[in-house]
Design a protein around this ligand. Structure first.
Ligand SMILES: CSC[C@H]1O[C@H](OP(=O)(O)O)[C@H](O)[C@@H]1O
Ligand SMILES: Nc1ncnc2[nH]cnc12
Length: 302
């Protein structure tokens, strides 16, 4: 494999509700970082797992001080990119929109319906406009590795399913929950968009393990979702997620050919070079350094 067409993966893990640290990491070090887009949710935890470089970020910060609408998704993704991450494993608590997806099931999501409002959702603003494909928002390779690892751990897993992303922080009304069910949504949560969009713009592979904690509010014989319900379910889900991640990461850490998502910006930027704003290009140094010819600049691991 030539150096240009292959990559030595660095695995990023974004931990959601109930997941504020990753177990089993060696050579651990929390490092505070800043980005041109602001401050990420927390410091990044660097470490290795069976020799594979990993970077962990607690999505809501340790102690869960940050609500879904106030997360700086751009800073989070930029920080992971700057840290050298190639593949993002997103771990999320979700409600179930289908009878067969009972609490405790892990859904390896393959599509999203984005119902969020007003969250900054792109790195490419005035001065450098880009349009990337979101047709396949999730890496099939990562998804398969996660699903295989889950099955080997004896976790009930569903391969594929659509995650409906609501703005929150309130849970849905019953009418909304029924609407999302009629759209064939599998699970519901508040965080994976614009996270997945931004990962694509930053040319990183992305996959989600959606851990079912409740039946939202549509099910006749299950109570309407509460935080207590989610926290109680996440106690057990956290143990299973840690085992899954420990099994999947060593397999994902081997040198491999570049994926399509890692070339997402080829042919995506429509603003010609002479019309691009220098201040915008400066902010894009990590995210788009490869296509902007900035890859040799001084950005890199913290
Ligand atoms: C505490 S329940 C609602 C909260 O949990 C999920 O977050 P995450 O995806 O980070 O696990 C959901 O999206 C809400 O943000
Ligand atoms: N029912 C639900 N709706 C939105 N986010 C959730 N996170 C966990 N359960 C959820």
């Amino acid at each position: 494999m030539s150096a240009q067409n292959s990559v030595q993966p660095v695995i990023g893990v974004i931990g959601g509700s109930g997941l504020y640290e990753i177990e089993g990491l060696q050579n651990k070090e929390w490092r505070v970082c800043e980005t041109p887009w602001g401050t990420p949710s927390d410091a990044l935890l660097f470490g290795t797992l069976e020799g594979v470089q990993c970077v962990f970020l607690p999505r809501h910060g340790r102690g869960h001080p940050l609500p879904p609408s106030r997360l700086n998704y751009r800073a989070n993704i930029d920080a992971l990119k700057r840290a050298g991450v190639t593949d993002i494993l997103s771990l999320s608590a979700v409600g179930s929109l289908k009878e067969e997806l009972a609490p405790g099931t892990f859904v390896i999501v393959d599509q999203f319906i984005d119902q969020t409002q007003g969250r900054p959702r792109t790195f490419f603003e005035e001065g450098c406009v880009a349009h990337v494909s979101m047709a396949e928002p999730v890496s099939a390779r990562l998804g398969k590795a996660l699903a295989d690892a889950a099955e080997e751990e004896g976790i009930k897993v569903s391969r594929g399913g659509t995650y409906v992303v609501i703005e929150g922080p309130q849970f849905s009304t019953r009418a909304e929950s029924e609407l999302y069910r009629s759209w064939n949504g599998a699970v519901i949560g508040m965080t994976n968009m614009p996270e997945a969009r931004l990962a694509r713009e930053a040319e990183m592979n992305y996959a989600t393990v959606a851990m079912v904690t409740d039946y939202d509010c549509w099910h006749d014989s299950h109570g309407d979702v509460t935080v207590d319900m989610v926290v109680a379910a996440m106690k057990e889900n956290t143990r299973k997620a840690a085992a899954l991640v420990r099994r999947a990461i060593p397999r994902l850490g081997k040198e491999r050919p570049l994926d399509k998502a890692e070339r997402a910006l080829d042919n995506a930027i429509i603003t010609p070079p002479d019309a691009r704003r220098p201040d915008m290009l400066a902010r894009l140094d990590a995210v788009a350094g490869r296509v902007l010819g900035l890859a040799d600049s001084d950005w890199g691991p913290y």
